[in-house]
Design a protein around this ligand. Sequence first.
Ligand SMILES: [Zn+2]
Length: 478
Amino acid sequence: MKKLGFVMVLIVFLLAFPKSGEASSSSANIFLDGEPLNLSSGVQVANMKGNVMIPIRVVSENLGFKVGWEKASQTVTVENSEKTVRMVVGSQQAELNGAQVDLNLAPVLNGPTTLVPLRFVSEQMGLDVKWDNQSKAVYLSSAALPTTGAEIDPGEGTNSGSQTPPTVESGNKGSLTGLSFSDNRLMIATEGAVTPKVFSMTGPDRIVIDLPDTVYSASFLSGHAVNAQNGGSMEAGEYSDVTNIRYAVFSDNPPTVRIVLDLTGPKNYAVTQESGIIIVDLNAEGEILVPPVPPVTGNGKKTVVIDAGHGGSQPGAISANGNQEKVLNLNVALKVEALLRKEKNINVVMTRSDDSTLGLSDRVKVANSLKADIFVSIHGNSNNSSSPHGTETYFTRDASKPLANVMHKHLVKATELMDRGVKYSSLHVTRETTMPAVLLEIGFLSNKSDEAQLFKDDFQNRVAQGIVEGIKEYLKVQ
Ligand SMILES: [Zn+2]
């Protein structure tokens, strides 16, 4: 049956692309290992002077090679684990691993995309290339490709002494196999069931792509360096609105890879996912498209979002002694995070884990896009008068009241400050979140006796412990 289908495809091509002039374009006359390349819509393959020219994004999307673009020098770089090909628009001289080689035809700019000669790139990157003149089709075969990744043994080779980054283990649903950026598009190659969670954040502007239940594959690690924290970065090139591309293991339990695009300013984006390739396209205009949110995975783990209030340029309340609320909030939040990381059945996500500025809607977005189970925002209180003191817990929606009651019970016990009770208030983060959400006011920075406690390490440890006990009681996690 496969052969018959293949013949039929050939017939279609014979009909669709009769011999004609020397320059023509088509959308799918390239076959890789017998299968037609599934080119994204709008991708045009050009036939110029007998050379099939393909947009560089086809190289990364369909052939799986890493592609780089440097606008200033009009240079395209195509890489795999063994070879690097550099080509310059308009130049018939290319470089292969630093050595000069000649091209039949120079890369050309075609509107916003750069076209490169398919045969040259494919052959240099190890693909066998055959041209069928009758059907005007290119047949690529990967049989000659070196196998990548799977055989890498962390115990041997050149990586001596370095840590072993997490790679594919049984139980993980997916792996990140490749990452490339060109033509203002981030292309993420994955294997297995990977459902990205994409959202934008401000201060500074960035797009965050979380890949839950995903680890780095060995082949990803053979092409991308990771540091001791299992993170790394790659350049986007001057072409784009992206200043830096960062990747990191955002969470170990469950394993989550986070990719961050640092932007020069706010950008719209579109997300598409097709056969293992996730594309985050910054060329998108108009509406921001977000992929359908997948159902919560049934691994039994609860996702808790911890939100350290304020941060960066927003200090929050400032005490008479000059202590800043944002510092208290972050210190306690980081202590809560450390304790929750030890919990097998809890996945903790921080809205901020350093002194960055974050809008209220960004905090909400983190929790909502992750479909978190609960949201806990940590704050210190303040009043124009120095007399109010004590601990209070806020909620907005009725669904949050049971969480507020449980959290407050543990919080008051931990702070040993005056119990000011559970209160209703229409606060942005507790109102706009879609899961039970509370805002904890640990104590008053504006009150001398409260403040004397708030910035003590012991006190903060106790409060963090109380918050964790409340979370565990509410979620019924042992
Ligand atoms: Zn606050």
